[in-house]
Write a protein that binds this ligand. Structure first.
Ligand code: IPM
Ligand code: MG
Length: 359
C-alpha cells in the first residue's frame, strides 16, 4: 500500500520540524511495511519568494491529489509589511478553505512525564486530556465585509464574525461524535451574553444535541472558559468553539501540557483528506538552531495516520514512542526542567523517537 503525502514545510522552523516527522514516518513505514510517497510543495513566505503568491495553485493541486497533507508552519516577520492578501498567514487560511477543512481537532494531553514542565501545579494538570474542536473555515477569520476604510477622515478597521446554521451544525456533529468516542461530555464555548452570532451558535448546539442524548452538553462563555482552563482543566472532556476562540484557547491549553511545542492538530473535512500541523507558529527567531521541539509535528503525523489513513495502531506506536523517550529523560529546551534530564536538539529528539519505534 502506498500513501501519498503532500509535505508543506513552510517558513521558519517549519522545514526542520517536518523533517523529524518524516524520520518518524520512515520508521513506521519500515515497521509496518507501508510505503509513503512524499511530495513537497511550497506555502507561505517561501512560496511568495518563488511565485509572488503565498499559496500557488500548484500547491493546492498537490494537496488535493494526496491522501493527506503534513504542514510545518508559515510566517516570518520580514513579511509583516506585505499587503494582507499576500501575507504567509493568508496561505494557511487559503489552504484550509480550499480543502474545506472546517473541523480542527486540537488535543491537549498532559503526559505524566511532563507535569513538571507546566507552569501550573502538578496536581492541577496531571491527567488532563482535553480535545478542543475548533471551527476552522468560518467566523471572524473569513467574514465579510472586512477591511480598513477611511470614515470621516480617520481609518476604521473592521471584520465580521459570521456563522450560518450549516456551518455550526457540521462542526457540532464532529464535536458530538468526538464526545461519543470519549467521556461523552461536551462544553460549547461562546460569548452568547454579548454576540448575536453566539446566540445562534448556542441554539444550533442545543438542536444538534437532541440527536446525541448520551452526550452531556454544557455552555460556557469564553472569558469564563479561559479562566476555568487554568483553575480546573480536568472538568473538560471535549470543547467545541468557533474559529477565533479556538485559536486562543488552544494556545492557552498548550501550557497545561508544558509547552506550545507539544500540541498537534488535525484539520478535517467531510472526506478523508486532512491536513496535519502543530498548533504553534513558525518561530523565525529559532530557525536553524536545532533547539525547537519537534514532538507537536511528530504527533501531528501520528494523527494523520489515524484520521486520514486509518492506521490506528501506527498512531499508538508513535504516541508510545514519544512517551517512552520522555520517560527515558530526553528533553528539548522548552520542556527541560531539571539536571537529571538529558537536553537534546530537534534532530536528536526525532531520531530517538524513530529509534524507539523500531526497537
Ligand atoms: C493556528 C495559527 C493560525 C491561526 C495563524 C498562523 C494564521 O495561530 O493555527 O492556531 O490563527 O489559525
Ligand atoms: Mg493559533
Amino acid at each position: 500500500m502506498t500513501y501519498k503525502i503532500a509535505v508543506l514545510g513552510g517558513d521558519g522552523i517549519g522545514p526542520e520540524i517536518v523533517a523529524e516527522a518524516i524520520k518518524v514516518l520512515d520508521a513506521i513505514s519500515k515497521k509496518y511495511h507501508l510505503e509513503f510517497e512524499f511530495n513537497n510543495a511550497l506555502i507561505g513566505g517561501c512560496a511568495y519568494e518563488v511565485f509572488g503568491v503565498p499559496l500557488p495553485q500548484e500547491t493546492i493541486d498537490i494537496c488535493k491529489n494526496s491522501d493527506a497533507v503534513l504542514l510545518g508552519a508559515v510566517g516570518d516577520w520580514k513579511y509583516d509589511k506585505l499587503p494582507s492578501d499576500v501575507r504567509p498567514e493568508k496561505a494557511l487560511l487559503g489552504i484550509r478553505k480550499a480543502l474545506n477543512l472546517f473541523a480542527n481537532l486540537r488535543p491537549a494531553i498532559v503526559y505524566d512525564e511532563l507535569t513538571a514542565s507546566s507552569p501550573l501545579k502538578s496536581e492541577v494538570v496531571s491527567g488532563v486530556d482535553i480535545m478542543i474542536v475548533r471551527e476552522l473555515t468560518g467566523g471572524v477569520y473569513f467574514g465579510t465585509p472586512r477591511g480598513i476604510d477611511i470614515v470621516d477622515g480617520q481609518k476604521v478597521g473592521y471584520n465580521n464574525m459570521i456563522y450560518n446554521e450549516n456551518e455550526i451544525e457540521r462542526i457540532a456533529h464532529v464535536a458530538f461524535q468526538t464526545a461519543m468516542k470519549r467521556n461523552k461530555k461536551l462544553c460549547s464555548v461562546d460569548k452568547a451574553n454579548v454576540l448575536d452570532v453566539s446566540r445562534l451558535w448556542r441554539e444550533v448546539m442545543e438542536r444538534v444535541a437532541k440527536e446525541y442524548p448520551e452526550v452531556e452538553l454544557s455552555h460556557m462563555y469564553v472569558d469564563n472558559a479561559a479562566m476555568q482552563l487554568i483553575r480546573e482543566p480536568k472538568q473538560f472532556d471535549v470543547i467545541v468553539t468557533g474559529n477565533i476562540f479556538g485559536d486562543i484557547l488552544s494556545d492557552e491549553a498548550s501550557m497545561l501540557a508544558g509547552s506550545l511545542g507539544m500540541l498537534p492538530s488535525a484539520s478535517l473535512s467531510d472526506g478523508k483528506l486532512g491536513m496535519y500541523e502543530p498548533i504553534h507558529g513558525s518561530a523565525p527567531d529559532l530557525r536553524g538552531q536545532d533547539i525547537v521541539n519537534p514532538i507537536a509535528t511528530i504527533l501531528s503525523a501520528a494523527m494523520m495516520l489515524k484520521y486520514s489513513l486509518g492506521l490506528e495502531k501506527a498512531y499508538t506506536t508513535i504516541e508510545n514512542a514519544v512517551k517512552a523517550v520522555l520517560k527515558d529523560g530526553y528533553r528539548t529546551k522548552d520542556i527541560f526542567t531539571n539536571k537529571s534530564q538529558t537536553l537534546v536538539g530537534t534532530a536528536q529528539m526525532g531520531s530517538l523517537i524513530a529509534q524507539k519505534i523500531l526497537e
